[in-house]
Structure formats: structure tokens, C-alpha cells
Write a protein that binds this ligand. Structure first.
Ligand code: FAD
Length: 486
């Protein structure tokens, strides 16, 4: 393929990912994006200019060796593509599906300046899926040591840390409060975006190769505490995420039919509510759903609601209903991944921009019947750099809805901090940790992922797990002092 010139590469258009038809997929929970074929992947890989100084790598929080894996892929050397990928990313099939590439590696791709960046995420998924099917790259560990490490939480931060510590030969035990490992990857992100088979395959593989012991249904802070773990283990990593939902302080949030997106998505995904009656855990959504917020969580809640409405209508022969996303800013500020926003619009989700609820209305039985909302306009930029939404006086109106789902952000669940004296936390409830090493203010305790940053991304949680693992490994080898001031 070396005969292709740079000029020719620039002429190759970015390859589209095949997807399920938008009408058909509105009635099922099967994966929406179907993945590249070999032909599409090769064609897309041809677009990479193999820059001498690749900015794409700088845009990736775990610094995947992007040009190298793409070169191997386009030369048809899949074994090398996988090997190169796995140097810095143990979960490519997951990252390829859910990373917000448009603001990470693809944003800094040199082709983004001239038009369409290389579809790095889609190529990453292609390589990850190949590895899942072929298992060509076994995780190997060094000789076993006598050191023991406890990892609390089995989301991307905990899993990444566990793998990197396990590879050093240390014994690793993961404590997970839910009945399935994976964190948000299993309880939050729906099947149609991230099939659970992919997540379980990655976790089982790591556990089998490295002998990692995963203890589910084990809540730290209830069954045992952090100080108790420190008596038994040489080091502890906290990757407990940010699973505590926020609500608006407006009248009516206690009516039946109001819930957090976390609760709703957990019922749908983890408890398989969408497979009722095969699973005896039905989830009720009404005919008129309003999801408040416009991040990934809001898109997932809205698209799950739409699918549940369609399945219900197919069963009882009625009309499917409507799902609204109510967002106080405009289309430009939508924080969700571009692909999810695009898919949600295609599927028929209705977006009410520059709108904010001020009261939830209920009937005499205590069930939601509507929302009083106010129109907003954008003022000066706030601390986040985005233009501040300002209510327009006298613009209130009512919206008829029977289900309201809040997707307005989350903070760490404080249960894990029981008896954790000396563990400093911020005023937002997040753990204070060094941003290069993950060291907390409590000796032998490291932390990373959403529990430190607040709700963020899968790959940033993985990056934090990786950094902490490197520091834990150095600490256990005796290469750094027992504890330093932060
Ligand atoms: P988590 O994934 O939250 O895992 C923490 C784990 O710790 C959980 O399994 C929890 O049960 C466990 N735990 C908590 N407390 C205890 C305790 N006391 N004892 C034992 N175990 C405990 N990011 C993206 O990059 N792309 C996306 O498309 C995307 N979509 C998202 C959609 C939804 C619905 C949500 C909620 C988040 C989404 N995110 C997305 C964000 C991303 O999933 C998180 O940033 C990431 O999962 C954080 O990883 P973590 O390991 O820090 O925590």
C-alpha cells in the first residue's frame, strides 16, 4: 500500500460506519453502530498521514500509539495492530465505542484542520473487536509477589488499575458493591451503545489471565471499611465513581413518575428491565417522557425511554408516545458525544432547547401530569466558559408529561468513606488526590476516576487507574518513600 501518495490519501473520504436503520432500532436494544468491515477499516486507515509528530496521541488521555496501530492495520498485520494498541489501552473495544473522540484524538488529528479527521475511534473499535474474537494478545504477568492490593469499584478506573497491578505479579482483589462488575459500563451505558457481552468478555479475560479475584455484592463502608482493608492489604485503590444523582430543587420532585437517570438506567440495563417478562423486573415509562439535561446520560435515558415505549406499543397495539430532552442551553452547548446526539435526533427524540423546568405538576394521586417550564436565553459566559442561561421573565408555560427523568450530573456516593479518617475530600465530595500519581492524603490509599474528578469519561478514568497503578507498583517495589506529602 506504500505506493499511495499523501496527495491521494487526502482525497479519500472519511468512511461512514454502517448503522441499524433508525426506525427499526427504535424498537430494539441491539447495537446501533455496526462496526467497520475489513474493507472500510483498510480504506479509513489509508487516510492517516503518519505524521512525524502525531498530535492525535496528545489528544488521547491514555496516549494510545495511534499512527503505529493504524499503520499495522492498513498493512494487514492485525497481530501487530492489537499488540501496539494494548501497550496503553487494555479496553479498546470499549473505548472505540464510547470515547468522545471528536474532542480528544480526532480533534487534534491534523486532518481535522483541513476537513474530516481520521475516524480513529472506529478503527480502535475494529482492532478491539478483532482481539475479542481472536484473543491473540494474552495478558501476561511477572513472577508472583507476596504483595496484596485491594481495588474498590470495578468501573474503568478500578479495572485498569487492577490489570496493571496484576501484571506486576501482585495479588489483586476487586470489591464491587453491585452484582455485576463493570461500573457505568454495565449499569449506565445501554446495550445498544455498548453490548454487555463486550464488557464481560474484557473483564473475564483480564480476571482469567491475571487471576484477579472479583468479589461482587461487597459494599465497602458496610461489609468492611477502608481502615479494615488497610490491615489486610498493602495498598488500596479507590475507583468508586460518582453514582449519587443530583436533582433540581423545584417543587414536585417527589411525585410518582419522577426519577434519576441513574436509577432508570440501572433498572433498564443492569436489571434487564427491557427484557420483561423474560426478566421479572419491568420498568414503567409513560407516553410522554421529559428527560432534563443533554449529556450522554440524558441521551441514554431518552433513547431507552423511546425503545421501551415502542416495545410497549408493539405489545398493546397503542401509539408509542413522545420523548423530550429539555435543556436550558442551546444546541451548540449540548455536551453529549456528537454521535449520540445525532442518533437521538434520527430516532425521533424531540429537543426543547433553552427551556428549564420550574415546577413538576401532579394529580390528586401524587402522579406526574406535567411540568411548568420557563424559556431561557444565553447571557455572558460563566466559569465553565459556556454562555450562562438566563430565564426570560414572563415566559412560563406548561408541558404535559407523565414521566420526568433527571440527568443533571452526579457526585461520589459517600458510603465508602465510613471511618476513613484523614482522607481529604473537596467541597463537592470528591476525593483529593495527586493528579499524576493518584495518591490521597491517607497513607497507602490511591484514588482515580470519577470519585476524584466528578462525572467525566471512561478513558479519563482509565488514565487515572493507569497512573495510580504505576505509582502503586513503584511503592510496592520500594522505589519511592512510604508516603509523601501531596
Ligand atoms: P464507575 O464506572 O462509576 O465505577 C465505579 C464502581 O464502583 C461501580 O461499579 C460502583 O458500583 C462501585 N462502588 C461504588 N461505591 C462502592 C463501594 N462503597 N463499595 C464497592 N464498590 C463500590 N463516558 C464516556 O467516555 N463516553 C460515554 O459515552 C459515556 N456515557 C455515559 C453514560 C452514562 C449513562 C453514564 C452514567 C456515564 C457515561 N459516561 C461516559 C461516563 C463514564 O461512564 C464514567 O466517567 C466512567 O465510568 C467512570 O469510571 P469509574 O471507574 O471512575 O467509575
Amino acid at each position: 500500500m506504500s505506493e499511495v501518495t499523501q496527495r491521494e490519501r487526502l482525497k479519500i473520504p472519511r468512511q461512514d460506519m454502517p448503522v441499524q436503520d433508525s426506525v427499526v432500532r427504535g424498537g430494539n436494544f441491539d447495537e446501533v453502530a455496526l462496526g467497520f468491515t475489513v474493507e472500510l477499516a483498510r480504506q479509513e486507515a489509508e487516510r492517516c498521514l503518519q505524521c512525524a509528530r502525531p498530535h492525535c496521541v496528545e489528544g488521547c488521555p491514555v496516549e494510545v500509539l495511534i499512527p503505529e496501530f493504524i499503520l499495522a492495520l492498513r498493512e494487514g498485520d492485525m497481530l501487530s495492530a492489537v499488540e501496539v494498541m494494548k501497550v496503553n489501552n487494555s479496553l479498546p473495544a470499549i473505548c472505540g465505542r464510547v470515547c468522545p473522540q471528536e474532542v480528544q484524538c480526532e480533534q487534534t488529528c491534523v486532518l481535522a484542520k483541513k476537513g474530516q479527521p481520521v475516524a480513529i475511534g472506529r478503527l480502535e473499535r475494529f482492532v478491539g473487536d478483532y482481539e475479542l474474537a481472536q484473543r491473540t494478545c494474552p495478558l501476561e504477568c511477572l513472577e508472583k509477589t507476596s504483595k496484596r492490593v485491594a481495588v474498590v469499584g470495578s468501573g474503568p478506573a478500578g479495572l485498569t488499575c487492577a490489570v496493571d497491578v496484576g501484571r506486576e505479579g501482585h495479588e489483586v482483589v476487586i470489591f464491587e458493591s453491585l452484582h455485576n462488575p463493570g461500573g457505568v459500563l454495565v449499569y449506565g451505558i445501554p446495550e445498544f451503545r455498548l453490548p454487555k457481552g463486550v464488557v464481560h468478555a474484557e473483564i473475564d479475560y483480564a480476571a482469567e489471565c491475571l487471576g484477579i479475584d472479583i468479589r461482587t455484592d461487597h459494599v465497602i463502608g458496610r461489609i468492611s471499611t477502608l481502615p479494615e482493608l488497610l490491615e489486610e492489604y498493602d495498598a488500596v485503590f479507590l475507583g468508586t465513581g460518582a453514582g449519587l444523582p443530583s436533582f433540581m430543587r423545584i417543587p414536585g420532585i417527589n411525585y410518582n413518575g419522577v426519577m434519576s437517570a441513574n436509577e432508570f438506567l440501572t433498572r433498564v440495563n443492569l436489571m434487564k428491565g427491557y427484557l420483561f417478562p423474560e426478566y421479572d423486573t419491568p420498568v414503567k415509562v409513560g407516553k410522554r417522557v421529559a428527560v432534563i439535561g443533554a449529556g450522554n446520560v440524558a441521551m441514554d435515558a431518552a433513547r431507552c425511554s423511546l425503545r421501551l415505549q415502542t416495545l410497549q406499543a408493539q405489545q398493546d397495539g397503542g401509539e408509542p408516545g413522545e420523548v423530550h430532552i429539555v435543556y436550558r442551553r442551546s444546541r451548540v452547548e449540548v455536551p453529549a458525544r456528537a454521535e449520540e446526539f445525532h442518533h437521538a435526533e434520527e430516532e425521533g427524540i424531540i429537543f426543547d432547547f433553552l427551556t428549564n423546568p420550574v415546577e413538576i405538576l401532579g394529580d390528586e394521586k401524587g402522579s406526574v401530569v406535567g411540568m411548568r417550564c420557563i424559556r431561557m436565553e444565553l447571557g455572558e459566559p460563566d466559569d465553565s466558559g459556556r454562555r450562562r442561561p438566563v430565564p426570560i421573565e414572563g415566559s412560563e408555560f406548561e408541558m404535559a408529561v407523565d414521566t420526568v427523568i433527571f440527568a443533571l450530573g452526579t457526585s461520589p456516593n459517600p458510603l465508602v468513606f465510613v471511618d476513613a479518617e484523614g482522607l481529604e475530600r473537596s467541597r463537592w465530595g470528591t476525593v483529593v488526590a495527586d493528579d499524576r500519581t493518584g495518591r490521597t492524603t491517607m497513607p497507602r490509599v490511591w484514588a482515580g476516576g470519577d470519585v476524584v474528578t466528578g462525572a467525566a469519561t471512561v478513558v479519563s478514568a482509565m488514565g487515572a487507574g493507569k497512573q495510580a497503578a504505576a505509582d502503586i507498583n513503584a511503592f510496592l517495589r520500594g522505589e519511592i518513600a512510604p508516603w509523601n506529602d501531596l
